[in-house]
Design a protein around this ligand. Structure first.
Ligand SMILES: [Zn+2]
Length: 50
């Protein structure tokens, strides 16, 4: 969880294309920009301290 809960919720819905860094909706089969199938969920656990 980051500083902004709303932003975290939005990030959780976004996948990033490994090829062109384009944003895609989570669950997308392939990138809508370049057609690449190499997508990853956007990191949302950056710098979390416990
Ligand atoms: Zn792409």
């Amino acid at each position: 969880m980051g500083k902004f809960p709303i932003a975290d919720a939005e990030l959780a819905k976004i996948w990033i294309c490994k090829k062109c860094k384009g944003r895609n909706y989570a669950g997308a089969k392939k990138c809508r920009r370049c057609g690449s199938q190499y997508l990853r969920p956007k990191h949302k656990d950056i710098k979390v301290k416990k």
